[in-house]
Ligand binder design. Structure first.
Ligand code: VG1
Ligand code: CO
Length: 565
């Protein structure tokens, strides 16, 4: 095939954020914008040889503009000497399924030339999709996880100086057929999106035990909401085909280009359709996942599982309830900095090593590769383990079902609510909430961060009293990776009070427009009379102090958060 060198000029702002490059579709539609970024990714591939001879897994959440970008990836990859692309059927691969595919193809590669060097994921995750909404592109490395900062920095550097990209003259590919396309030395393999992932889940969890549990508890009805994102086909296969549940157990399970106009983020605000049905139908278990399938929310008609509690509870039960951990053991635990300290308490009790990393899944990968972390989570509805190198929504949902099935063997009738309360009785309760202020004016948001930086550095801040809270320590979180020694600074303002309560404030790295301020608050209680208390009520005094300390309203002009989780 012919290869053209297309002259181009650099675009501003092609800097990958917490999880790839996310912008409005209209931004990606500018001539050369997407091509530049794809070329920058290929130039930044860390393995020697770079793109030459590389095998890449490609897929995404199927959002609007995916097809066009897939074809651009095919042509630019071919022109840059990539030897093979493994692409999900119709371009669909959930983020966890893509991570698995990279790892699995690596483990089963017969020749060195077919070992995946990484993957390109087309998603803006939980951001809305459609012609007027968001698109995103993310690079994952050979371990199946998001590229570390060394690689994303390189991508950004290339994007700033790019003058040309290479493009091969190839026909448009129809990704709706599972088949192998060969163009000389370049191969495009379109693969089933779901099979490998479902096989992995069946190795990790005891599907039989879960089925027996459902048979014994016909009252235990579940509802899974795919939010018209990528997990629909996976959820349908797992719950309806593998676990024999009725079709009424899944909703919004067909992936749509624009997610049906909804915001595919599994939380109490954006998954209100699910929440309403779980409440009105008095369902025992409700769950949802986000656009690209790496997030999860677990609820029941009488309980909401905070993601920070979810990872702690999974960690507390894993070795007994889940076959994968019975076999491999639990080596260590980790959470992102803003996530509540509930997980630390489990680690301490079990004598496990535990880590606190910056926001973003890429920081867990090294720990897992070094066998020092088996289960990890983020407060942002992200939970996962070392079975892959991404957070995994359906994994977390199946983990809960497996734990429920296991606990019900010794305590028949145990519900989600019972499991939460039983956990608090042993560990105490970490009340946790996050306030998001979306699309805030960037200047105001930056001013607030500057104000906080100088406040925490001022003399007399430590020891100062705010209401009932006395400042014990404060910093702008920085993290030194214990494996490769890399340092990430300015990861969020952290104010810790004498009683262990915390306030964290940081700016989002996944927004596509303006700034998003995230305010996280946490308060610990070991008083059993508080275990059933309402989270917002329990945290109110601390939230009031956080607003006061940050001068958020004054500096951003926002009275109320956009979303409370
Ligand atoms: C947010 C979350 C973070 C998560 C990231 C990607 O980042 O806070 O915990 O890892 O989204 O999740 P930020 O920088 O906006 O706070 V996903 O589901 O978009 O891949
Ligand atoms: Co996501």
């Amino acid at each position: 095939f012919n290869i053209h060198t297309v002259p181009t000029s650099a675009f501003d702002g092609q800097k990958p954020g917490t999880s790839g490059l996310r912008k409005r579709v209209k931004v990606f539609q500018q001539p050369h914008y997407t091509e530049n970024f794809i070329q920058a990714i290929l130039d930044a591939i860390p393995e020697s040889g770079g793109a030459k001879g590389a095998t890449l897994v490609v897929g995404g959440d199927g959002r609007f503009y995916s097809e066009e970008v897939l074809n651009a990836i095919v042509k630019i990859s071919a022109a840059n000497g990539v030897s093979k692309l493994i692409i999900g059927h119709k371009g669909i691969l959930s983020t966890p399924a893509a991570s698995n595919l990279i790892r699995k193809r690596k483990a089963t590669a017969v020749t060195l030339t077919t070992v995946p060097t990484g993957g390109i994921l087309l998603t803006a995750s939980h951001n809305p999709g459609g012609p007027d909404a968001d698109f995103g592109i993310k690079y994952n490395v050979a371990n199946g996880g998001p590229a570390p900062e060394s690689v994303t920095d390189k991508i950004y550097e290339v994007s700033k100086t790019i003058t040309a990209y290479k493009k091969a003259e190839l026909p448009e590919i129809d990704f709706s057929h599972i088949k192998i396309h060969t163009f000389g030395h370049f191969i495009v393999e379109v693969v089933d999106s779901v099979n490998d992932y479902v096989m992995l889940m069946k190795e990790i969890f005891d599907f039989n035990q879960i089925k027996v549990f459902f048979d014994k508890r016909p009252d235990f009805k579940i509802l899974f909401d795919g939010m018209n994102g990528v997990t629909g086909p996976y959820g349908h296969r797992l719950f309806v085909q593998e676990l024999d549940l009725p079709i009424s157990s899944v909703m919004r399970y067909v992936p749509l280009h624009d997610f049906g106009g909804a915001h595919p983020d599994p939380n109490l605000t954006y998954a209100h359709d699910l929440v309403a049905r779980v409440k009105s139908e008095k369902l025992a278990f409700g769950a949802a996942s986000d656009g690209d399938g790496d997030r999860n929310m677990i609820i029941s008609h009488d309980a909401f599982v905070t993601p920070s509690d979810s990872v702690a509870i999974i960690a507390a039960h894993a070795e007994h309830a889940i076959p994968y951990f019975r076999k491999h053991g639990v080596k260590g635990l980790a959470r992102s900095m803003p996530t509540s300290q509930a997980l630390d308490l489990v680690a301490k009790k079990k004598g496990l090593e535990y880590f606190e990393v910056p926001t973003g899944w890429k920081f867990f990968g090294n720990l897992m590769d070094a066998s020092r972390c088996s289960i990890c989570g983020e407060e942002s509805f992200g939970t996962g383990s070392d079975h892959i190198r991404e957070k995994d929504g359906l994994w977390a949902i199946l983990a809960w079902l497996n734990i429920l099935a296991h606990v019900n063997e010794s305590q028949p009738g145990a519900s989600v609510h019972d499991i939460l309360q039983a956990h608090y009785k042993v560990y105490g309760r970490n009340f946790f909430s996050r306030y998001d202020y979306e699309e805030v004016d960037s200047d105001g948001a930056n001013k607030m961060v500057e104000h906080l930086r100088s406040l925490i550095a001022s003399s007399g801040f430590v020891g100062k009293k705010y209401g009932e809270f006395t400042v014990a320590t404060a910093d702008d979180f920085s993290y030194k990776d214990p494996i490769d020694g890399s340092v990430s600074t300015k990861q969020g303002i952290r104010i810790i009070f004498a009683d262990g309560s915390r306030i964290v404030i940081r700016l989002s790295g996944t927004g596509s427009h303006g700034a998003t301020v995230r305010l996280y608050v946490e308060k610990y209680s070991s008083d059993p009379s508080e275990y059933t208390a309402d989270t917002q009520k329990a945290l109110k005094p601390l939230i009031n102090q956080a607003l006061l300390i940050s001068r958020l309203t004054e500096l951003t002009g926002r009275e109320e958060p956009t979303v409370i989780t």
